[in-house]
Design a protein around this ligand. Sequence first.
Ligand SMILES: *[C@@H]1O[C@H](CO)[C@@H](O)[C@H](O)[C@H]1NC(C)=O
Ligand SMILES: *[C@@H]1O[C@H](CO)[C@@H](O)[C@H](O)[C@H]1NC(C)=O
Ligand SMILES: *[C@@H]1O[C@H](CO)[C@@H](O)[C@H](O)[C@H]1NC(C)=O
Ligand SMILES: *[C@@H]1O[C@H](CO)[C@@H](O)[C@H](O)[C@H]1NC(C)=O
Length: 615
Amino acid sequence: MLITTTVLHPLEVLLQILINNYLLESYCVTVITETKLIFRPPSNVTFMYIHAEINITNLILDASEHGCSDFIVQTSEPENFMAAFETVNHLGDIRRSNKKLIFLPLHDETFNASVLMNILTLKMTGFIANILLVVPSEKCPEYCNYYDLVTHNFVGPDAEVDDPLYLDRWDFGLEQFDKGVNLFPHDMSNMNGKTVKVAAFTYKPYVLLDLDPSDNVLGRDGMELRIIDEFCRWVNCTVEIVRDDENQWGEIYDNLTGVGILGNVIEDRADMGITALYSWYEEYRVMDFSASIIRTAITCIAPAARVLSSWDLPFLPFAWLTWVCLIITFFYASFALFVAQRSTDKIFLSTFGMMLTQTRDDLGNSWRIRSITGWMLVTGLIIDNAYGGGLASSFTVPKYEASIDTVQDIVDRKMEWGATHDAWIFSIILSEEPLIKKLLSQFRTYPAEELKRRSFTRSTAFSVEHLPAGTFAIGEYITKEATEDLELMLENFYYEQCVVMLRKSSPYTAKLSELVGRLHQSGLMLAWETQVALKYLDFKVQLEVKLSRSRRDVDEVNPLSLKQVVVLFRASQSWVKTNYVPTFNHKLNINSVIINNNFPMNFQIFVTKSAIYLL
Ligand SMILES: *[C@@H]1O[C@H](CO)[C@@H](O)[C@H](O)[C@H]1NC(C)=O
Ligand SMILES: *[C@@H]1O[C@H](CO)[C@@H](O)[C@H](O)[C@H]1NC(C)=O
Ligand SMILES: *[C@@H]1O[C@H](CO)[C@@H](O)[C@H](O)[C@H]1NC(C)=O
Ligand SMILES: *[C@@H]1O[C@H](CO)[C@@H](O)[C@H](O)[C@H]1NC(C)=O
């Protein structure tokens, strides 16, 4: 509390000015001090006070978690504070890109200013944009009323980012600043060419590295790399790619080290990590996420359903109940014939013949036999025609084994699904759902060569991503030849939001999220996806996967074998004569039918549920 009679120390006057000018926007400010520090807190900002002790980590953590993440520090060992601040940054859940730190010297005249200046040389200081040191001016004599206001360069060439930047000087006697400049100049709008290290590896279409310079000036491209390049064009920074290709996405260990992209970011070898990083829970606890960039859907391409073997084709025209009725009819008719002719002579053979619309060799001389055989011939005619029609459709419309459409299907078949890295299951690994748990137990990781081999064996499904503009992210190990026998599943395993991952409370996070918002607003993300896909992805593989559901019928347009020719001829004849209305056996999941018909002209007819196309 300001007591009017108290004579304020120059430092306290300066602090009051700093608070009034720069901390009014703060939600809450933590003051860490060893001595008494008098100032008048603004009415709309909360202040929390911590007495600097030997270990203040827990106190700072507590303050930070309550939202007091701007700090005013006045201790004899500010390096201890920085160490604690860094620990809290990793432990805490509160993240902010624009935390403000203000360091004050002790009131004590013997205080050595180099203690404060040393803070700028610490590695962790490099990750904070807004840091302000109030340092007793070295140039002034014994009794000093000048304070230098110092921060670090932060932006610009790498060699100079840690160098002190003298912003201004405050004169207690005159109670004014020399220049009156903004004391927190790093608003991230111009990085002056500062290097931003980005962890990535080649994963199409998100990130493509090592491109031919004639193709792309930077030698890199991809949906997510374009975001980074656009970001750096916006804030004037330079991109440097950090790579750990072998470990791909990598992982973070409990001791906060790691490998791959995640490891590079958590150990600060990179400022940002990209390449299809999803909003994983475990990673969120130790890193910052940007706003979500791409909504992706994860599903599998599974071995395609094959045409059923044809030995049972003759039985398909009738349902089993009809067959049973037929057999009963056969015996009943035989019995009737037996009663009529009063002998068992050729009753079964004659009945069988008549059911196939064959005449009886014996004309029969009694009216009883004639009427029985007459009715039986009519019945035979009907059965024979019904069977003929059914058989014709069995031959022309191929029957398939059940396809793998849903998660339930893949679990029921106990089919393995695989990829090169565990990252595919990070998102669902915590699920308690029994179905998902079973699905997880069937996931395997293999090296790319092994996956390539397996893609021809019909034993494995392969995870793919379905992106918003309609392209697929498919591993390079899936070749065009393999896709011919693979089919896209209908159901998605799960949806995910891709993000950029950064160090916790990274100064870049807020700015990057702002850019992402602008990109979504303009629709650029969808355009980029299409452009990258057209330029770099194997179009045939894309098309093969995209159309895998309607493709199976095209494959069946083969030269007909002799037995089919006979039946097909009859089918097309009746199709042309009668105004053929296609009906479909929905149990077999046939959505479209293509009949390669040489009759009456050479064209293909696509029949779908709603329309008929002639090509
Ligand atoms: C301070 O306390 C924290 C948490 O209790 C601990 O992790 C850290 O090692 C301690 N630091 C020192 C210097 O004792
Ligand atoms: C301040 O400390 C540095 C070393 O940390 C030393 O070189 C310098 O002489 C000290 N200055 C004063 C005024 O004591
Ligand atoms: C961007 O940074 C470069 C240094 O790399 C600097 O020369 C240039 O002036 C900056 N551009 C703007 C618009 O400030
Ligand atoms: C962190 O943990 C990993 C795996 O548990 C281990 O390989 C690594 O050596 C550890 N690193 C440190 C610095 O302790």
